[in-house]
Write a protein of this length. Sequence first.
Length: 503
Amino acid sequence: MTTDSPRPSAPATFDPTSDDEWAALRALGHRMLDDMFDAQQGLATTPVWQALPSEKQALFQQAGPEEGVGPATAYEQFRSHILPYGLGNWHPRFFGWVQGNGTPLGMLADMLASGMNPHLGGFNQAPAMVERQVIGWFADWFGMPGASGLFVTGGTMANTHAIACARVALGSRQGRNVRMDGVQGWPSASPPSPMVFYGSKETHGWAYKAAEWLGLGTRAFRTVPVLADFTIDVVALSRMIADDRAAGLTPFCVIGTAGTVNTGATDDLVGLADLCAHEQLWFHVDGAFGALAALSPLTREIVRGMDRADSVAFDLHKWGSMPFECACVLVKDPVVHHTAFRNSASYLSAGDRGPTAGGMYFNERGLDLTRSFKALKVWMQLQADGVERLGRVIAQNVLQVRHLVARIDAHPELERLAPAPLNIVCFRYVPTSVDLTAAEHDTLNAELLARLQEGGVVLPSSTRIGGAFALRVAHVNHRSVDADMDLLIDTVVETGRLIIAQR
Ligand SMILES: Cc1ncc(COP(=O)(O)O)c(C=O)c1O
């Protein structure tokens, strides 16, 4: 392997060590920036996804380098082996799972944050003020002024932090110290009543992970049936709570989802808020993407009642379009939030003056001590464009999905499999020329999906609705234009017809 700048006796630092080296790295950095802008500007003309050719895979099987190759060569490897072979979620015709695109300004802000590299455990520093400010903005926009909050990696972490708060809050009300004794009540001779929490069967799988991680066990997560529109059956929930109490269990929290992952359904948040108030349960809203519906007049009504939640989890790396990883949890009562996570260590104690004045407040709101400056990209994007632009992107996506729905419903070879109240639509190709069994419909649509994903023109993902295999479009794409939605429908129909013709 050749090295582009051998430095046999260079001092041990990762910085360039001469003016020439700084100049070379600066030029490389400018090139990286230009390449990335070129790539982003030209996305529409590239495949959404393409497989990494086998001959290029060897790079990722090499042993760890003893000697470096230098930044220019390392960058060339990125350009040729990595850049063209990502998942494609930055592309205007990516509609899979629920994955945001990122934004050019967000990318630049991440560079600034990495360059500055502040430690967001807390501290008396401007970056921490930025995070507090952005948390405050969203708390205001969601109708929870004064809420505490924390930026975390993703929706799974944000939701799990909220359930941890709920668990501690209930413990406090019952005189149980869940943090010290754990949920099994150690060292009590008679184990306390098991704590249980609720969400609809459409709740995202993070709830199971959280149940395991918080020591509750997945049996503690009680799944509630849904109504025909895939929203939680509040009456059934109320019965389940009563039955569980009668059986000696201790309900402590109800999850309402704003925008379910399968169909984009939003639970009756007002009904859940009323029930939780009546039952004295913590009301948590998983608004991973749907919470942001509050930012557009077109969709605001859908999340009515979210402001009554004790906690809300939302992602800015989904419908907020921020580069990964960028999520946030809001907890209405700052005291509860801090009670759930407060920790002390002499080496982290707050001072009266200087950088430690104020202490490690973010460390006391969640698991992480060392935290990156995630809030900067959100702050910069919002400073640059205002929340009004974000609301417009959300409305645009919803209107584009409504257009998709209209085309699907009007097309004899397409069948919609669920209501599409927000930004997700589930449908399938149903040929009119042949009669297929349910299993054959599934096989046909699975083949269709694989061809779409490998074809590189449009990239939806899939789910099952009522047992049937569905093509699933989850639209949080700020880059899509209306023509992309038409291309999606046309490509699905064309591919479906081709598969039938080839049978
Ligand atoms: C409703 C919902 N909740 C939680 C999550 C998990 O979020 P993350 O992937 O950021 O951990 C998702 C992911 O799609 C989701 O759609």
